[in-house]
Design a protein around this ligand. Structure first.
Ligand code: F6P
Length: 542
């Protein structure tokens, strides 16, 4: 039997009516009518404070959104994930990234087997290896200490490591250099190794599948670079390569000794893997103790997601508000705006997490959706965006809900910088919500003809997410907050957040085109006329 269609659920219908009511009011009016709104519509958990009061929503909206979550089975779906059920049905896999951060001794069963001991076994071997690099006991093939770590991976095997390295830079061992290579563009590799001594360089080849074109190409180039730098001595290559993968056979085939491999499992999605062995570069950078704190932050949010009532549940609220704007206001995108320079790669990280997860239009039952799904996520660290794209958010024609992220304490306390930085979060959220009316603009002496240009309509929604300080634990909580918000949305939309079939076609077509580009003889081209012409032009001009 088919589940009732989302748009036929009673809560959906009631939300449509509520939307019509909300559309006639403003955030100014909502705040004026309820002086406690700013305190009331805030929730705290796992080290994060979420102020969601500046959303176009009233008490009824929130209660109906929670009902929508209940009627669409979010809780049962969440419990199925934690219970190791194969909710990634199109790949017949469990979804157990929560097991990666489960404390030692807890039990998470998959097909009757507790997966937590295996997780901690890998964490321990990662820890021993990270300590070896950090202390200098693990040496390169020529006996020199490893000083440079280059992670080679793409997608989830890159974005998490890069984001975490940048985010936690304050906690990293600054005597070590970290670089990241992802793009198949040779420039990425060339620039990443520029200035590095091969004798002091370790490559971490990170790939869940170990067949990804970009990563395998870069890994091969890395091998050649090490060999060329070390006089062609193949016996020393092993000291300069480790692998992180689920695919031991492919790792061995590539020529990396599987004793230098750190494993994970098919129940970890690429974009949910930064705290698995894919986080090896992170662990080397910040050390095993801080890595344990990172896992602790993730776990704290997992527990909050699992146990807090839906109406006090941070990821649920965040996810529901995304559904609210996407489905009831036809908003297309969400801006994520971290006012913390160390989080400069966080929006890029979130793009894969959110868009590869919820960029789907087929429901679990195989039918096509009749409503919007995943939003377009984008952003830049504050205050840079203010001098660039905020104009459109304030006065443009698109409704772009914003997530502002800030920290009470600065990691680099310099003069007034931090107060200036944080004042801008509060000011931007205030300006978006309340705007500036024509009479306010006129009262400043603005001539009539200029007044309309200087009016801010306001009524533009935002969330403010605050934590005390950016550290491994708060980073873990923040990532898990978005993971579970994505999950909540996917459950409501009835889609599979955990597959990514949409990336396949381009990969397959590229394989054919590679042989056509590289063919010595003129290939017979059977594409469309545009693709044929592009191939011919490139062949004749490269
Ligand atoms: O582009 C699709 C994708 O499969 C992502 O989901 C994944 O994170 C990335 O490629 C890299 O895959 P792998 O870790 O197997 O190299």
């Amino acid at each position: 039997m088919h589940a009732p269609h989302l748009t036929q659920l009673p809560a959906w219908k009631a939300l449509e009516a509520n939307r019509d009511q909300i559309a006639r009011t403003t955030l100014r009016e909502l705040f004026a009518a309820d002086p406690t709104r700013g305190e009331r519509m805030a929730v705290e958990g796992a080290g994060l404070y979420l102020d969601y009061s500046k959303n176009r929503a009233n008490n009824e909206t929130l209660s109906l959104l929670v009902q929508l979550a209940q009627q669409s089975g979010v809780e049962a779906h969440r419990d199925a994930m934690f219970a190791g059920q194969k909710i990634n049905v199109t790949e017949d896999r469990a979804v157990l990234h929560v097991a990666l951060r489960a404390p030692e001794g807890s039990i998470i069963l998959l097909d009757g087997v507790d997966v937590v001991p295996a997780v901690h076994k890998v964490l321990k071997s990662m820890g021993a290896f990270a300590d070896g690099i950090r202390s200098g006991t693990w040496k390169g093939g020529s006996g020199k200490r490893i000083r440079n770590i280059v992670n080679v991976g793409i997608g989830g095997s890159d974005l998490g490591p890069v984001m975490a390295y940048e985010a936690l830079r304050h906690y990293t061992d600054s005597s070590l250099t970290f670089r990241f290579v992802s793009n198949v563009d040779g420039t990425d590799f060339a620039e990443a190794v520029a200035g590095l001594d091969p004798a002091e360089t370790l490559f971490i080849i990170s790939s869940k599948t170990f067949v990804t074109l970009e990563t395998m190409t870069n890994a091969q180039t890395a091998r050649e670079w090490i060999l060329a730098g070390l006089g062609g001595d193949t016996s020393v290559v092993a000291r300069h390569f480790v692998a992180v993968s689920t695919n031991a056979a492919k790792v061995a085939e590539f020529g990396i000794d599987t004793t230098n491999m750190f494993g994970f499992w098919d129940w970890v999605g690429g974009r949910y893997s930064m705290e698995s062995a894919i986080g090896l570069s992170t662990m080397i950078a910040i050390g095993p103790r801080h890595f344990a704190d990172l896992l602790g932050g993730f776990h704290a949010m997992d527990e909050h997601f699992r146990s807090a009532p839906l109406e006090r549940n941070l990821p649920v609220i965040l996810g529901l508000l995304g559904v609210w704007y996407s489905n009831f206001f036809k908003s297309q995108s969400i801006a994520v705006l971290p006012y913390e320079q160390y989080l400069k790669r966080f929006p890029a990280y979130l793009q894969q997490l959110t868009m590869e997860s919820n960029g789907k239009s087929t429901r679990l039952d195989g039918t096509h959706v009749t409503y919007n799904t995943g939003s377009i996520y984008w952003g830049e660290p504050g205050t840079n965006g203010q001098h660039s794209f905020y104009q459109l958010i304030h006065q443009g024609t698109h409704l772009i809900p914003c997530d502002f992220i800030g920290f009470n304490k600065a990691l680099n306390q310099l003069g007034h910088h931090h107060d200036y930085l944080i004042s801008n979060i509060f000011a931007q959220a205030e300006a978006l919500a309340f705007g500036k009316t024509a009479s306010q603009v006129k009262a400043e002496g603005t001539p009539d003809w200029l007044t309309p240009h200087r009016v801010f309509e306001g009524n533009r929604p935002s969330n403010v997410i605050m934590a005390d300080v950016l550290n491994p634990a708060t980073l873990g909580s923040l990532v898990a907050l978005y993971e579970h918000a994505v999950f909540t949305q996917g459950a409501i939309w009835g889609i599979n957040c955990f597959d990514q079939w949409g990336v396949e076609l381009g990969k397959q077509l590229a394989q054919n085109i590679i042989s056509e580009l590289e063919s010595v003889t003129q290939p017979t081209l059977a594409h469309d006329s545009s693709t044929n012409t592009l191939i011919q032009r490139y062949r004749s001009r490269r």
